[in-house]
Design a protein around this ligand. Structure first.
Ligand code: DHB
Length: 399
């Protein structure tokens, strides 16, 4: 048996998605050492289609921390969205209501920017590893893994961060008696497509209809991203282009608005669920992003929450290594969960308000339209949506 190679770092991070890479990047800027390991290949992560909306706080962090300003040059600033119901569109003007915007910039581009920045800064990021495990998360954590070339490693670290996604392995190292899982299932999924077509509108359209929800989003000048509500067991192979466009038309077109159609170049069914795993810290193990929580996609909070988690966690590590204070580490779980539950509520609320349950009766539909009118018909209703969508202000130290 060959001995494992022993290596050391200050913070071991499992998962090189946006959460893991952003944390590694922020730590590097503060002079704190980290090693990131990831079971997927870099190409596989870069090739996965994910959501596309960034809160202003996420954008500011990408730019101000020096990851990249590509979000500003190649992303699109959106100052509002349209809610469409009962055949009419209603604009929610974020800029006017709360003075903020969001940016349309796909998560895969965020990943590419972070991966490139970590590489340029000489970061230790190892993709395609196998046989990962963590031992002794309470006292002297060590991460074991095998690199693609077959060499086995033991990585000793002060702390371990599980940023290893919704099927997190790290989560399982918190003893069952110490953890709790909150879960909500929805009777919905999204049928997502990429279409070769010019854009149909300048902003996103969230459409409620008798036939169900549809979301018209964008990617580039000639590729668009769109979704319609479907059942969780829907099979993309059963849907050809004609059937897909007929479904979009029936939910979105009308009163002078017509979608621009084109060849469907990708189609997939996205599952829906809400989950929260608490606490987000046990001993020297910290969870961040999807490893600790998932939200339904309505409102695009997933990536933004993950970035918020690692911002809070970075500040905690910075305080620990700068002043040997564990205050931030001790409050991490509570501080991160505060925003997680706000986002859970917002995602649930947007989902419930905009989707049509399979067995919706007349009362449900009429009440739902009343709810939508109460939001768009009130400055306060609109402002709640605008503040949540663009991202709640982050409390700063002392504030
Ligand atoms: C996108 C996804 C979302 O879940 C959303 O609420 C808005 C946009 C997107 O992929 O573009």
């Amino acid at each position: 048996m060959t001995a494992r190679k022993i290596i050391t770092t200050q913070v071991a991070i499992l998962g090189a998605g946006p959460a893991g890479l952003m944390l590694s990047h922020l730590l590097f800027r503060a002079g704190i050492d980290s090693t990131v390991i990831e079971v997927r290949t870099e190409e596989a992560i870069a090739g996965t289609v994910r959501a596309g909306i960034l809160e202003h706080g996420t954008v500011r962090l990408l730019v101000d921390s020096g990851v990249s300003d590509r979000v500003l040059t190649q992303g699109d600033r959106h100052d509002g969205i349209e809610l469409r119901f009962d055949g009419e569109s209603h604009r929610i003007d974020f800029k006017e209501l709360v003075g903020e915007s969001v940016w349309l910039y796909p998560q895969t581009e965020v990943f590419k920017d972070l991966a490139a920045r970590r590489r340029a800064d000489g970061g230790d990021v190892r993709y395609g590893v196998t046989d990962t495990s963590v031992v002794d998360v309470e006292n002297r954590p060590r991460v074991r893994f095998t690199e693609a070339d077959g060499v086995e490693y033991e990585l000793a670290a002060d702390f371990v961060v599980g940023a290893d996604g919704s099927r997190s392995q790290c989560r399982s190292y918190i003893p069952e008696r110490h953890r709790r899982r909150y879960f909500h299932a929805y009777p919905y999924a999204w049928f997502g497509i990429l279409a070769q077509a010019p854009r149909s509108a300048d902003e996103l359209i969230y459409a409620n209809s008798d036939r169900g929800f549809a979301l018209i989003s964008q990617r580039t000048h000639d590729v668009q991203r769109m979704y319609f509500q479907c059942g969780p067991a829907e099979n993309p192979a059963d849907w050809d282009d004609d059937r897909i466009w007929a479904e979009f038309r029936s939910r979105v077109n009308g009163n002078g608005f017509e979608l621009v159609e084109g060849p469907v170049i990708d189609k997939m069914v996205l599952p829906f669920r809400s989950s929260v795993h608490t606490p987000m810290r046990h001993g020297k193990l910290f969870l961040a992003g999807d490893a600790a929580h998932t939200v339904p996609p309505t409102g695009a909070k997933g990536l933004n929450l993950a970035i918020h988690d690692v911002t809070v966690l970075f500040e905690a590590f910075d305080l620990y290594y700068g002043q040997r204070s564990t205050a931030g580490l001790d409050t991490y779980s509570t501080a991160a969960l505060d925003r997680v539950w706000k986002a859970q509520h917002f995602s649930y609320w947007m989902t419930a308000m905009l989707h049509t349950p399979p067995a919706a009766d007349d009362f449900f539909r009429a009440r739902q339209l009343g709810e939508l009118r109460s939001v768009v018909g009130s400055r306060h209703g609109q402002a709640y949506l605008a503040e949540a969508y663009t991202g709640w202000p982050t409390p700063t130290a002392g504030g």
